[in-house]
Design a protein around this ligand. Structure first.
Ligand SMILES: [Zn+2]
Length: 253
């Protein structure tokens, strides 16, 4: 018996498995079961209406799932690839470190098309990073920006070495860590027991504050309108937990 459906040449089995994927994905707080078939040429799926607070809650749950190993599996199959081929609606922008131990999709249990990731060593915001972030917020309507540092960050460690020992680095590395130096100086004023870790958090706080207070109107207007939230976080290499330590006020809706 031919199970081929008239719609887009999909078999019944493919549609069924896609429905299962939709359920699993909506359980993780994001993609609904809509758009089970590939959109016709030129069509864009309707953007989901995820609030900033719901996006944040989904990431927190995703990290809990990552830690427990029991959550829904991230959706990375052909069906999902089809769904997002013509339009993307990521739930969050991640500004995070290039460190190989800190892959945002894995830490938050996310699949294809869910995170818009800006990565560099030390999770700083230069012009390229800022333009990428503005694009995600203004063009893709992403409701949440997470600036995430991590334990024992090498780039922040380099900035600490600059401050503490006047260290110099070859090539472009010195220039790369320069924007982190003010964070180390901020942290050092508090005389913390662990200057590196305090600097990791200070580096995140400074970036979050800059984004909240000195972004372009395309970003600020969305924050004020309750359509965007910017939060800070630190990932723990040892226990796998993401600590959202600079959440600011919940978004007004
Ligand atoms: Zn790092």
């Amino acid at each position: 018996m031919d199970h081929r459906c008239t719609h887009h040449g999909l078999t019944r089995r493919q549609i069924m498995s896609s429905a299962a994927v939709g359920v699993a994905a909506s359980m993780s707080g994001w993609v609904s079961g809509r758009a089970l078939a590939a959109p016709p040429e030129g069509a864009r799926p309707a953007p989901p209406s995820l609030t900033p607070d719901a996006a944040l809650a989904a990431l927190k749950q995703g990290n809990r799932d990552f830690l427990s190993g029991r959550g829904p599996r991230p959706v990375t199959n052909t069906r999902r690839r089809f769904e997002i081929a013509r339009a993307q609606y990521p739930m969050a922008v991640l500004v995070s470190c290039s460190d190989s131990r800190v892959p945002p999709e894995l830490l938050f249990g996310r699949g294809l098309g869910e995170l818009f990731i800006i990565r560099n060593a030390g999770n700083t915001i230069d012009t390229t990073a800022m333009g990428s972030l503005e694009y995600a917020v203004a063009e893709l309507n992403v409701p949440l920006v997470v600036v995430m540092g991590h334990e024992r960050c090498g780039a922040v460690g380099a900035a600490v070495a600059v401050v503490e020992k006047g260290a110099k680095f070859p090539g472009s590395i010195g220039q790369m860590v320069e924007p982190i130096v003010p964070a180390v100086l901020d942290a050092r004023r508090q005389n913390p027991p662990d200057l590196l870790d305090a600097s990791v958090r200070a580096n995140v706080r400074r970036t979050v504050a800059r984004l909240r207070d000195f972004s372009e109107p395309m970003v600020l207007d969305r924050i004020r309108g309750g359509k965007l939230r910017i939060v800070g976080a630190r990932y723990d290499l040892d226990d796998g937990n993401v600590d959202f330590f600079d959440e600011g006020p919940p978004a007004r809706s």
